[in-house]
Write a protein that binds this ligand. Sequence first.
Ligand SMILES: *[C@@H]1O[C@H](CO)[C@@H](O)[C@H](O)[C@H]1NC(C)=O
Ligand SMILES: *[C@@H]1O[C@H](CO)[C@@H](O)[C@H](O)[C@H]1NC(C)=O
Ligand SMILES: *[C@@H]1O[C@H](CO)[C@@H](O)[C@H](O)[C@H]1NC(C)=O
Ligand SMILES: *[C@@H]1O[C@H](CO)[C@@H](O)[C@H](O)[C@H]1NC(C)=O
Ligand SMILES: *[C@@H]1O[C@H](CO)[C@@H](O)[C@H](O)[C@H]1NC(C)=O
Ligand SMILES: *[C@@H]1O[C@H](CO)[C@@H](O)[C@H](O)[C@H]1NC(C)=O
Ligand SMILES: *[C@@H]1O[C@H](CO)[C@@H](O)[C@H](O)[C@H]1NC(C)=O
Ligand SMILES: *[C@@H]1O[C@H](CO)[C@@H](O)[C@H](O)[C@H]1NC(C)=O
Ligand SMILES: *[C@@H]1O[C@H](CO)[C@@H](O)[C@H](O)[C@H]1NC(C)=O
Ligand SMILES: *[C@@H]1O[C@H](CO)[C@@H](O)[C@H](O)[C@H]1NC(C)=O
Ligand SMILES: *[C@@H]1O[C@H](CO)[C@@H](O)[C@H](O)[C@H]1NC(C)=O
Ligand SMILES: *[C@@H]1O[C@H](CO)[C@@H](O)[C@H](O)[C@H]1NC(C)=O
Ligand SMILES: [Cu+2]
Length: 638
Amino acid sequence: MLFKRLLTVLGAAVGFAAAETHTLYWNATWADANPDGYFERPVVSCNGTFPWPQVHINKGDTVLLYLTNGLGDHNTTVHFHGIFQHNSNEMDGPEMVNQCPIPDGETMLYNFTITDQAGAYWYHSHTRGQYADGFRGAFIIHDTDEEPFTYDEEVSVTIAEWYHDLSDPLIATFLNLYNPTGAEPIPQTLLFNDSYNCTWDVQPNTTYKLNIISTGFFVSQYFWIEDHNMTVVQIDGINVTPNTTDLLYITAAQRYTVLITTKDDTSQNYAIMQKMDEDMLDNEDTVISLNNTSTMSYDSSNGAVEQSYIDSYDSMMDDFYLEPVDAIEIYDDYDYLITIDVIMTNLDNGINYAFFNNITYTSPKVPTLTTVFTAGEEATNQIVYGTNTHAYVLQKDEIVQIVVNNQDTGKHPFHLHGHVFQVLERHESISDDDSPVGYNESDHAEWPQYPMRRDTFYVKPQSYFVIRFKADNPGVWFFHCHIEWHLIQGLAITLIEDPLSIQANQSLSDSYLSACEAAGVPTAGNAAGNTEDYLDLTGQNVQCKDLPAGFTARGIVALVFSCITGIVGCVVIGIYGMAEVHGIEKLVVEDLNVSVNDNDDNEDTGSQSVYDVEVAHTGDVDGETGSASGNSSSARKV
Ligand SMILES: *[C@@H]1O[C@H](CO)[C@@H](O)[C@H](O)[C@H]1NC(C)=O
Ligand SMILES: *[C@@H]1O[C@H](CO)[C@@H](O)[C@H](O)[C@H]1NC(C)=O
Ligand SMILES: *[C@@H]1O[C@H](CO)[C@@H](O)[C@H](O)[C@H]1NC(C)=O
Ligand SMILES: *[C@@H]1O[C@H](CO)[C@@H](O)[C@H](O)[C@H]1NC(C)=O
Ligand SMILES: *[C@@H]1O[C@H](CO)[C@@H](O)[C@H](O)[C@H]1NC(C)=O
Ligand SMILES: *[C@@H]1O[C@H](CO)[C@@H](O)[C@H](O)[C@H]1NC(C)=O
Ligand SMILES: *[C@@H]1O[C@H](CO)[C@@H](O)[C@H](O)[C@H]1NC(C)=O
Ligand SMILES: *[C@@H]1O[C@H](CO)[C@@H](O)[C@H](O)[C@H]1NC(C)=O
Ligand SMILES: *[C@@H]1O[C@H](CO)[C@@H](O)[C@H](O)[C@H]1NC(C)=O
Ligand SMILES: *[C@@H]1O[C@H](CO)[C@@H](O)[C@H](O)[C@H]1NC(C)=O
Ligand SMILES: *[C@@H]1O[C@H](CO)[C@@H](O)[C@H](O)[C@H]1NC(C)=O
Ligand SMILES: *[C@@H]1O[C@H](CO)[C@@H](O)[C@H](O)[C@H]1NC(C)=O
Ligand SMILES: [Cu+2]
């Protein structure tokens, strides 16, 4: 162990860790697997094998990944979560944002070099719901520079929840008139390394660097190891001043790297515990086990462990207080402000969507990156990206501040592609009995001098957070909730960072263009596919209409409730329900005596109507800001 440590230090000192190229061939195919020991089901596998491989590379290395779609009945894509993709924006992955979907039988080359990052990352499909079906794995970048902490061995583990149903049917019942409150599908179990009841063999008297990587898509997890402390040294690839805790709270997509020093006696094994954050589940009816136990084994002859209990889940480490080792100071001020309110509500088709302000993200007809490359000088005009991609054009090197005001009663872990961001403030959660609290620029908490940075950070119920980053990485970057269900509901915006530099320094590869051709997606045009007039968005994809005035989510709940409780109601739904809600309103009012325009009493649905919510306009914050850039929720200082 000492030898290994010496070698690493020596290797870094004399720089013999020459950059390598890792050529990977992955064929995404269906296979059967039983990762939780309860139920065999089809999973998206790598070459027929599940789980997907852990990828280990060094800083400076290049990845050449040939991803083949062998699924037959689905498109695919892959995103390397947390990777900056400097000058390789087309390799970032999100479907119709950074690339075309890869259709059946096609292969796309992901070609990128890791220049300035190390630590625990992961990869996953960025095609609707697909990583819930298994397409996900750990991606570890070993640092070639000396790390600011020492250890003997490095180990990585992924944690996630698991469903017995496939994503397709889950999405179909989730985005549905019969699910008007938008209740998310309930997972059945938790997985450890995409498996269960695992054993981690440890040596006594040894310090381990453990990368804990959430490859989850919904529920946050508490994580603890019986009678062992964990010293957090890195979050989402950012080294932090060591902070010791016995309990972590890990949202979907976050990573914690911890040091664990083992005991010097081997007479006992210990439980490694994972537990779902029950507050995020609408019900627990179909949960098989809220928690799961794996074994930290000092000696296999000690046998299996009992689960370990803790007194309170309130003692978890609060990542907000962690300080980055590089002590980068808070950016002085912002140049550009984006204020977005999280709202969940129903549209005219009765389906519950997620909104930032009044927009639920709807994919364009041409990937946003294709539009950047083909719009010429119009690429700096937000209009060409369409209204429903919720696009913001950022200028080179400006400081961007994003304020997320969460009007919803749930927690949401937000992820920014292409960057880590400074976290200035996360307000405490506000109880369901009170109204949501939004950020007030003239009355906020004191901000840290050296803010914590990471790429995924959660906002608390009915509360807000404030983040800043520098627009120094030209590219199209998605900002979205990492609860996959909420992304499917439209909780995303698109940031188009310095589009003219993208045009000048990057290009679309043959592989990108041939995937588009095979998928039948145009290789030029604005969001509507128009190549003649980039300012003409006629025919673009747009969200469904708003509910008729005065018709609330509550009305829909009543309507569906009537279906469940009364046969007559079912007939009504059968006739009108699947197509349009128009006209149903009157029926609901008559049949169920539900009052319309009764917007002040909707706590029984947990949802709010669009008509209850004031969209925030921040164009004139403190009278200091310049004219809004055409979007009501953003403002650039002049
Ligand atoms: C997948 O199969 C290809 C072609 O047979 C092979 O080159 C590659 O190494 C395999 N990858 C994994 C992770 O099994
Ligand atoms: C990928 O897998 C599919 C399904 O098993 C198979 O038909 C196809 O030939 C494979 N492609 C490659 C490049 O391995
Ligand atoms: C794959 O993507 C193309 C282009 O968006 C689309 O037309 C097609 O329906 C998709 N295929 C599947 C199976 O979803
Ligand atoms: C990968 O990208 C680099 C830099 O753009 C390029 O030089 C190289 O040819 C690419 N590799 C392949 C196999 O296309
Ligand atoms: C877990 O594995 C141990 C052996 O390591 C076994 O004794 C125990 O029964 C297993 N528990 C479950 C729930 O499968
Ligand atoms: C998780 O699985 C990987 C192999 O995919 C293995 O190398 C690693 O040791 C496992 N982690 C733990 C903590 O057991
Ligand atoms: C964990 O750390 C706390 C505070 O530093 C200490 O009191 C406790 O004894 C430690 N527990 C273990 C098991 O080392
Ligand atoms: C652990 O190290 C201590 C001294 O540092 C030694 O006394 C003890 O025997 C070691 N324990 C084991 C199990 O190797
Ligand atoms: C784990 O869940 C089971 C039921 O699913 C419950 O009986 C047990 O108390 C839970 N353990 C912990 C540590 O919460
Ligand atoms: C953990 O999961 C396994 C299988 O998924 C299950 O048998 C076990 O009861 C779960 N609960 C605990 C506390 O380990
Ligand atoms: C450790 O984290 C706690 C909050 O969980 C914070 O109060 C404390 O200042 C942190 N200490 C260091 C050294 O970062
Ligand atoms: C959102 O509100 C803005 C400003 O009021 C309006 O121009 C735009 O059409 C609205 N968008 C949608 C999708 O309703
Ligand atoms: Cu969310």
